[in-house]
Design a protein around this ligand. Structure first.
Ligand code: MN3
Length: 262
């Protein structure tokens, strides 16, 4: 079993609570996965862990739905590994640390918190904005990509893109322009507002459009950590390549969720 496969199994088993310790042992060739384990560990493996109810309410790092190298050549394995195991894991870890201070939030979803930031206690509001946003943004991001994805959109999203942007090519052009001009770190999105109109917007940092009442149907991460190892400063090349990875089935599901969003 290769390392990526082993680590994927480790994440899977950790997320179901059945930790396969030997599948999770870091080796010299693999950076430490301590962050992941810390986030996903269950009480049996961690003697000092908090009681079951709190673990149950804790936010979990979702496993990548494919191997690190599955999106090559468009996104390289090393970028995927760091992006998921370090960056996303850190958002989850920081979010859990903040939420521990306010156990009354344990039945509130991260989406609900980010949607209504004013209802989040002030002392953790910025932490939830940045790390809760980071968590939901990346959880979407992994799922709207897949190996051998891309191509023309299918289903309802194909029709919606045509109605709102004229053609798929015009939409892609608009999306890539918005992603290229976002200064510094942030995201470019296709969103649906409550009137049903689709638009392309960008946000800074880990802000999610749901905070502004717009449902994110799909989004691309334009932080340098998403592309720098392979593309260096060529963000436009990364934005172009990303279309080869899209999972239109998942994006159609998100469009259906957007229609239900109030
Ligand atoms: Mn990122």
């Amino acid at each position: 079993m290769n390392l990526n496969r082993r680590h994927f199994l480790c994440l899977l088993s950790a997320s179901t609570g059945a930790l396969l310790l030997d599948a999770c042992t870091p080796s010299e060739n693999q950076p430490s996965i301590q962050n992941t384990l810390t986030v996903a560990a269950s009480p049996e493996e961690t003697p000092t862990a908090t009681p079951t109810e709190e673990i149950k309410g804790a936010i979990q790092l979702p496993p990548l739905p494919y191997a690190y190298e599955a999106l090559e050549p468009h996104i390289d394995a090393k970028t995927m590994q760091f992006h998921h195991d370090k960056h996303h894991a850190t958002y989850v870890k920081n979010l859990n640390a903040a939420l521990e201070k306010h156990p009354q939030l344990k039945n509130t979803s991260v989406e609900q918190m980010v949607q209504n930031l004013n209802n989040v206690p002030e002392d953790i509001r910025n932490t939830v904005r940045n790390n809760g946003g980071g968590h939901i943004n990346h959880s979407m991001f992994w799922r709207i990509m897949k190996p051998n994805g891309g191509g023309e959109p299918t289903g309802a999203i194909a029709q919606a893109i045509k109605e709102n942007f004229g053609s798929f090519d015009d939409f892609k052009k608009r999306f890539n322009e918005e992603g290229t001009k976002r200064f510094g770190s942030g995201w470019v999105w296709l969103v649906r507002d409550k009137s049903g109109k689709l638009e392309v917007v960008s946000t800074a940092n880990q802000d999610n459009p749901i905070s502004a009442g717009k449902y994110p149907i799909m989004g691309n991460d334009v932080w340098e950590h998403a592309y720098y190892l392979k593309y260096q400063s060529r963000r436009a090349d990364y934005l172009d390549a990303w279309w080869n990875l899209l999972n239109w089935d998942e994006i159609n599901q998100r469009l259906a969720d957007a229609v239900k969003f109030k």
